[in-house]
Design a binder for this molecule. Sequence first.
Ligand code: SAM
Length: 282
Amino acid sequence: MEKADIRELLRASGFRFDKALGQNFIFDGNLLSAIAADAGAAAGETVVEIGTGAGTLTRALADAADRVISFEVDERLKDILSLTLAGADNVTVVFRDVLKMTDAELSAVVGGGSFRVAGNLPYCVTTPMIMRFAESDLPVSSITVMVQKEVADRLVARPGTPEYSAVTLGVKLFGDARITRDVGRRMFLPAPNVDSAVVRIDRVEGRSCGEDPAALRRIIRAGFAMRRKTLANNLAAAYSVPREKANEAIAAAGFPPLVRGETLSLSDYIKLLGALRATGTI
Ligand code: SAM
């Protein structure tokens, strides 16, 4: 079905875009194909899409990939999708909220084998949705998401910059993030108040260097808890230990006493976790 027809179909059916669900749809064929390519949709690949909408990106993904499993929460889209995705035999639409599904439930739907995640995400669930896959044990090979430009900048930020955050490092634990394209607000219907960007995160095996990722996530959260405080103060508060103990671990890791958490890289945090253990601080 032509993109213009889909817009007409939505209009004719009286469909009302739900702002709370982040319903800003994309209809531009070139952009949709480019996002599908950014997401690694190709022969031999299975893609899990979050947020089917009217099925426009779903189609582009399905044109390139072997199989697409697309999740949507808004059941009002059922009838429209049965028309827009008619004949797309490699697509399964599942009306469930991925954030409320366990890994086992997801695996039962998606099947075995690695898959790529793609989606033009509702802005309200961007970070939880990325972390839901990045922190899971599911065989996710990449995560490609359309996000608000400032979120994109945070995902690819460098240590010591204002955009650098616990989320940057949470993502880094999964793999390497890069912005594949900027997308202006006018490419969406209805147009949101912000510009967007597509970010692709490719899994890098062994990022935690044998450390427990959950312990690393905890120490990273602690490091960013209060931006104006020193790392020693943040660690002392997060682990309920005297500041001297935190200082001892920081020195053992080779960092200056007044170091701040937002200047450390992932490998610095891995070093710090080792030092916290070695000094008996945690
Ligand atoms: N993929 C379509 C496109 O590019 O035009 C739609 C994108 S729209 C920004 C986001 C879609 O995600 C909406 O259709 C919304 O109903 C759906 N959605 C919102 N929260 C969701 C969730 N937790 N799980 C799955 N889909 C969700």
